[in-house]
Design a protein around this ligand. Structure first.
Ligand SMILES: Cc1cc2nc3c(=O)[nH]c(=O)nc-3n(C[C@H](O)[C@H](O)[C@H](O)COP(=O)(O)O)c2cc1C
Length: 306
């Protein structure tokens, strides 16, 4: 057992990343039931009631699980109040705090005896996560799906983190196969933190149409296009890697010039469920996803070469 399986109470050093809109209590529970470690991804707008409901689903029967919060959102303190108050089977073992100031929120997690993880995407993030005394450091490279930085590749970020701390370091970003997992462990990672491989699981909260679109995706693009189209207040340095639809390709790098017409086109497309406009966040590993699947099958495939 690596440090991280003992710390998290799992069989395998596989964490299913928190993914807002995709990873709710059902997916987290299914991953943990399969011997991995499932996480719930809260949106900035997720209410304390939603957090409590999803935590109850995830922890049913005593399965270990975690919850991921975003440090920059105005609702962070309210969400931390909700998470730190969870008790009994609904109590998460791990809370991740990423994308913003880490020290104060990690301190709040530690005050109630929960473990904290932080995703880091460059040297400054890493320094802050160490200063915050995060129990687990997630070295997240630019290949990763969803929001984060696109500055340092996963292998390099992992090496930087391993050189800087004795704490368990998980590798994240573009890890999609059993071979990828074996390589990350051989490079010194205590485990992996994967989002994209779980995007087509039936237990996920995304729609069957989104899952179908993901199985045919051939490329991703790092951009702020979906955020700008929806007027979301993500800090500029945290863009998002998503399936490279024509809309994303058109506006990637040119987001500041996005017109009201383009925003209206995006809103109308989302409204009618057109997956060319749905924010299909995914990492470079998306090309390995070819069919709908389930959490137990994904965990099995990821541990295949360990
Ligand atoms: C659809 C999607 C949603 C995500 N939402 C969150 C989130 O809510 N909070 C968070 O900390 N990270 C989020 N992430 C980033 C993941 O935590 C993780 O860094 C990423 O999935 C790792 O790279 P991979 O997708 O290549 O496995 C999201 C990723 C994806 C793909």
């Amino acid at each position: 057992m690596s440090d991280v399986t003992a710390l998290l109470g799992t069989d395998h050093p596989i964490v299913c990343a928190p993914m807002a809109g995709v990873a709710g209590g059902r997916l987290a529970h299914a991953v943990s039931a399969a011997g991995g470690f499932g996480m719930i991804g809260a949106r900035g707008s997720s209410s304390p009631e939603w957090i409590a409901e999803q935590a109850a689903l995830a922890g049913a029967g005593g399965a270990p699980f975690g919850i991921g919060l975003m440090a920059w959102v105005p609702q962070l303190q309210e969400q931390l109040d909700a998470v730190t108050a969870l008790a009994g089977l609904s109590r998460p073992k791990l809370v991740s705090i990423s994308f913003g100031d880490l020290v104060e929120p990690v301190g709040r997690v530690h005050e109630v005896g929960m473990l904290a993880a932080c995703q880091v995407g460059n040297a400054a993030d890493l320094e802050q996560a160490i200063e915050a005394r995060a129990d687990i450091i997630v070295a997240r490279g630019g290949e990763g799906g969803g929001h984060g930085r696109d500055e340092v590749a996963t292998d390099e970020m992992l090496a930087m983190a391993l050189a800087a701390t004795e704490r368990p370091v998980l590798a994240a970003g573009g890890i999609a196969t059993g071979d990828d997992v074996a390589r990350a462990l051989a490079a010194g990672a205590a485990g992996v933190w994967c989002g994209t491989p779980f995007l087509t699981c039936v237990e996920a909260d995304n729609t069957p149409a989104a899952r179908a679109a993901i199985t045919t995706a051939t490329a991703t693009r790092y951009a702020r296009a979906h955020d700008v189209a929806q007027d979301l207040a993500w800090p500029r340095e945290f863009g998002g890697r998503a399936v490279a639809t024509p809309f994303v390709e058109r506006w990637a790098g040119d987001e500041d010039a996005m017109t009201a017409e383009a925003k209206a086109e995006h809103a109308a497309g989302r409204e009618r469920g057109d997956t060319d406009y749905t924010p299909l966040y995914a990492g470079t590993g998306v090309t390995h996803l070819t069919a709908e699947t389930d959490a137990a099958s994904v965990v099995r495939a990821l541990v295949d070469r360990i």
